[in-house]
Design a protein around this ligand. Structure first.
Ligand code: MG
Length: 170
């Protein structure tokens, strides 16, 4: 049996991960409108990863006979007025998700729930990668984004990102 608080936080994280997918689809849509299909592709792939994260939390709860409740997903309301806005909002969002994962880890640690801590280890590492990827995008945009040719090349680079299933299996 999972500790009730830990189970609740894990269930909330299902919603947060689906919201992340929704937020990144919102970003992808903005870039489609801007004619930057590579940036759109990058965020579409990111949205697929976030859906996978949500489903990993669902499966972990199910494997431990804990209830799963699908709550309403918030409307993404991030205003996107420049090519940089989504990139910065993306980094801030990942930093927020890192905090959420750490809070669940703390709750699991408090009740010596080693199984949940081991499950969350993958997400702790994953969040490090997400933050690095988000901040790399900002750096590249700062370096190349102000020049039309540079922006075109960057868009081409981001068009090459392909989806791969998460390395964590339960
Ligand atoms: Mg995620």
């Amino acid at each position: 049996m999972l500790n009730q608080k830990v189970a609740q936080l894990l269930n909330t994280q299902v919603n947060k991960e689906f919201y992340s997918a929704y937020l990144y689809l919102h970003f992808a849509n903005y870039y489609v409108e801007q004619g930057l299909n590579g940036f759109a592709n990058w965020y579409q792939v990111q949205a697929q990863e976030e859906r996978d994260h949500a489903l990993l939390f669902v499966q972990y709860l199910q494997n431990n006979d804990a209830p799963v409740t699908y709550e309403a997903i918030d409307k993404p309301e991030t205003a996107l007025n420049s090519h940089m806005d989504a990139l910065k909002a993306g980094l801030a969002h990942e930093q927020y998700v890192t905090e959420l994962i750490h809070q669940i880890y703390d709750a699991a640690n408090e009740v010596k729930d080693y199984r949940s801590m081991q499950f969350l280890d993958w997400f702790v590492k994953e969040q490090g990668e997400e933050e690095t990827n988000a901040s790399d995008l900002i750096k590249k945009m700062e370096l190349f984004g102000s020049d039309a040719k540079g922006l075109y090349m960057l868009d081409q680079e981001l068009a090459a990102r392909t989806y791969t299933a998460p390395s964590l299996t339960l």
